[in-house]
Each structure stands twice: as structure tokens, then as C-alpha cells.
Write a protein of this length. Structure first.
Length: 133
């Protein structure tokens, strides 16, 4: 009888170990899912807080005029490394700290606002010229 009891005890212990291992794996998977969900939530929060991702930032920079790009270069060159060749000036934006990204975003928003104001003033000027002629 002892032999049968020992085998049954070993089988029970093995089953418990298997259940504990499966539970541990499930817990780890749940934690990994929570981490992924948290990262997605942080990314959504960044977008809601007007923090652009690097692709959006690059696209906005590409749309700037040459003079605006020169002014932006003056801001960025002090804080970031760059390379220059006959094709232009290049930055590795993934190495930028948040302060530099914020300064760049602020400059782009400033440029956009000024462009809109300038366009409105030009429209007013053209309207007045047409009315006087």
C-alpha cells in the first residue's frame, strides 16, 4: 500500500507543479499584455498632449520654407549632432531629447501661425488694392 500511496502522492505533486507552472506562465502573459497596453496608452496620451512622433515632425519640417528651415537649424545645431554634404544637412532625430523636440514643435507651430497671419494680411491688402483701383 505504501508503494501505491507514494505513486499517488508523486502524481498529485506533479499535477500541482504543472498547475503552478501554467498559472505562472499565465500571470507572466497577463503582465506582458498589461505592459503592451500601457505603452499604447502612453503613445495615445502623447498624441493627445500634442506631442508628435518623429515621422510627423519630419513631415512638418519638410513643409517649411527655406528661411524657416535655416532658423530651425540655428535652434537645433546647438543641441544635436548633424552631418552635412552636398545633399543637405541631416540629423538623427531619434537621439533628440524631449526639450529639443518641444523647441522644434514650438518653432513649427510659431511658423504655421505666422504663415496664417501673413496670408490674412495679404488677402486684406489685395482686397483694398482692388477696391481702390
Amino acid at each position: 500500500m505504501n508503494c501505491k500511496e507514494t505513486k499517488a502522492t508523486k502524481a498529485t505533486k506533479a499535477t500541482k507543479v504543472t498547475k503552478v507552472t501554467k498559472a505562472t506562465k499565465a500571470t507572466k502573459a497577463t503582465k506582458a499584455t498589461k505592459v503592451k497596453t500601457t505603452k499604447v496608452a502612453k503613445e495615445k496620451l502623447m498624441v493627445e498632449n500634442n506631442e508628435w512622433n518623429l515621422k510627423d515632425l519630419r513631415n512638418k519640417i519638410d513643409k517649411l520654407s527655406l528661411d524657416e528651415k535655416k532658423e530651425l537649424f540655428k535652434i537645433v545645431k546647438e543641441k544635436a549632432k548633424y552631418t552635412q554634404n552636398k545633399n543637405g544637412i541631416f540629423f538623427n532625430m531619434s537621439t533628440w531629447n524631449q526639450d529639443l523636440k518641444n523647441r522644434t514643435m514650438n518653432f513649427i507651430e510659431f511658423s504655421d501661425n505666422n504663415s496664417e497671419i501673413l496670408q490674412v494680411q495679404e488677402n486684406i491688402k489685395n482686397t483694398l488694392l482692388e477696391e481702390t483701383i
